[in-house]
Design a protein around this ligand. Structure first.
Ligand SMILES: [Zn+2]
Ligand SMILES: [Zn+2]
Length: 116
């Protein structure tokens, strides 16, 4: 049997509604609600990711949060924007004198906040 020449349709390429998937939930969502109802535009993925984290406790695939993780106590935060996480880490280190690791998937190694 020969290949007819790569003319098989690719239904996934036609629909331009962005989708997001989560391997932990083993599910996939189209973001048309965020785009249409909430008029989120480029922030639809971020809005979805934050909602997902709030309701399930984890982020979906392809979303890399900034993570601040205290080396001395169980405190820490996960957020999508660096600024809030860096601010939390700085404040935590300042008030508790703990060292906080600030990390993101784009970094080779974490930054240490409050490390003298
Ligand atoms: Zn999930
Ligand atoms: Zn701490």
């Amino acid at each position: 049997m020969t290949d007819p020449g790569g003319e098989l349709p690719h239904p996934d390429d036609v629909d331009d509604t962005p989708t997001i998937s989560c391997s932990r939930c083993d599910a996939e969502w189209a973001l048309d609600y965020e785009l249409d109802e909430l008029s989120m535009g480029n922030q639809a993925v971020e809005a979805f990711a934050l909602d997902h984290q709030q309701h399930t406790g984890h982020f979906p695939d392809d979303v890399s949060p900034w993570i601040a993780d205290c080396q001395r106590c169980p405190d820490g935060v996960e957020r999508l924007e660096e600024q809030g996480v860096r601010r939390w880490a700085t404040a935590h280190a300042r008030h508790t004198r703990h060292t906080v690791e600030l990390d993101h998937a784009s970094r080779d190694e974490p930054v240490l906040i409050g490390d003298d």
